[in-house]
Ligand binder design. Structure first.
Ligand code: SF4
Length: 394
């Protein structure tokens, strides 16, 4: 089979698809709210937008490349490996353009032909999948975000230096799976930690050793093949999935560092522990902005818009829920009525409907933010619906 042609910098059709992208995802209302100091006021309602929200640079680029791909290859079958980003609305738009999803059909990758075109998502694909796609000989459009490539660079460096990559991430998330595969591809090992509680288990083993079996049982699908806690926790390098909660990543870094100092002493710490902050600036900016909004504005309740499987959106909701009633919604249709809202409560895996979410009278200040994969038109539609529910005139 012939080797693949890979496009990594778009297809020179940026201007050709700009209008379509604007029609699909832009919001004049959101532009106006930004000009009005990120505030919308009407009647008893005020909506306060976080100063950073919505599409990040990586998502912007990935969606742009996907549209360019469709335009460049109108006669060929175009696939995505799976969701291009974690937003159902955007994925539906691509399906409507007859972009197909390999993830819809098990084994579909084995039937690809050299004439097919495959778009790789913003969070990248695993090395085995990339190699499989290359063997099929199809044309590849790589939209992997530069910030994800930066994580991979650090993980490769860990592998080459003999450090186990400890990845603060979600083992079920495509980005973390791709990052872990980079460690293995370069002869290294990995361990994925979801949160500080899991880090505590590892830190305890670093300090005291003991029976490895319970540790391995705790991470059944989150370690590289043949992982041996005795040998592979002697030298570790920390990296993060780009969309994790910054405060928790920092906490895990400090926990691992302290455990290594307890075990091996301060001298020569770098022989046993390294860390690079690989949370991307877009994630950081959105988290900082929502913290500032909550600190500086008397918000009654927060609405966070984004896919339920969007890591950065879930973390925004987590931040908000610590101090305000928070509703993580997937799209404007979740605002069912002034009396009912459909949302996914923080920390749960299912949607539920809450009644009496919106005060029936009196002034109401609603904070609003959206994840890095949420287009502005959804944010604008949420504001319109809130105005309607509050009896405000636009
Ligand atoms: S969230 Fe960060 S890493 Fe992910 S696509 Fe956006 S900029 Fe890139």
């Amino acid at each position: 089979m012939s080797s693949s042609l890979i496009f990594r910098k778009g297809l020179d059709l940026k201007h050709a698809v700009a209008g379509l992208l604007a029609d699909s995802y832009h919001s004049g209302l959101v532009d106006q709210i930004k000009l009005d100091d990120f505030t919308y006021r009407s009647g008893r309602l005020s909506v306060h937008l976080a100063r950073e929200f919505g599409f990040c640079y990586g998502v912007d680029r990935a969606v742009d490349y996907a549209y360019q791909t469709r335009r460049r290859f109108p006669e060929r079958t175009v696939y995505l490996t799976g969701e291009i980003i974690h937003n159902p609305y955007v994925n539906d738009q691509l399906r409507a353009m007859d972009v197909r999803f390999l993830s819809d059909t098990p084994g579909a990758i084995n039937h690809l032909e050299a004439d097919d075109v495959v778009i790789l998502p913003a969070f990248g694909v695993t090395m085995p999948m990339l190699q499989q796609l290359e063997r099929r000989g199809c044309t590849l459009i790589d939209t992997t975000c530069g910030s994800v490539l930066n994580v991979w660079k650090n993980v490769r460096r860990y592998a080459e230096g003999g450090y186990t990559a400890v990845i603060h991430g979600k083992v079920w998330h495509e980005e973390t799976q791709a990052t872990a595969s980079q460690a293995v591809e370069h002869g290294g090992r990995y361990l994925v930690l979801f949160n500080a509680a899991e880090a505590e288990v590892v830190c305890d083993y670093i300090r005291h050793g003991g029976d490895a079996a319970p540790v391995l049982a705790r991470f059944p699908h989150a370690v590289s093949p043949g992982f041996d806690p005795d040998r592979h926790l002697q030298r570790v390098g920390l990296a993060n999935q780009t969309t994790m909660l910054m405060s928790e990543s920092l906490e895990i870094e400090q926990m691992l560092k302290a455990a290594m100092i307890d075990r091996y002493g301060e001298t020569g710490l770098s022989e046993h522990f390294q860390a690079f902050d690989t949370i991307c600036s877009a994630t950081q900016d959105r988290q900082d902005a929502v913290v500032a909004l909550l600190r500086e504005t008397p918000i009654d309740l927060m609405i966070v818009i984004g896919g339920y499987n969007s890591s950065n959106t879930c973390n925004l909701a987590r931040i908000c829920s610590a101090s305000r009633p928070t509703f993580h919604i997937a799209d404007p249709d979740c605002l069912l009525s002034p009396g009912e809202i459909r949302h996914r409560p923080v920390g749960t895996k299912t949607e539920s409907i809450t009644s009496g979410w919106l005060p029936a009278s009196g002034p109401i200040a609603i904070g609003l933010t959206s994840g890095a994969s949420t287009p502005d038109n959804l944010v604008g539609d949420v504001v319109l619906r809130l105005a309607e529910f509050c009896g405000s005139v636009l």
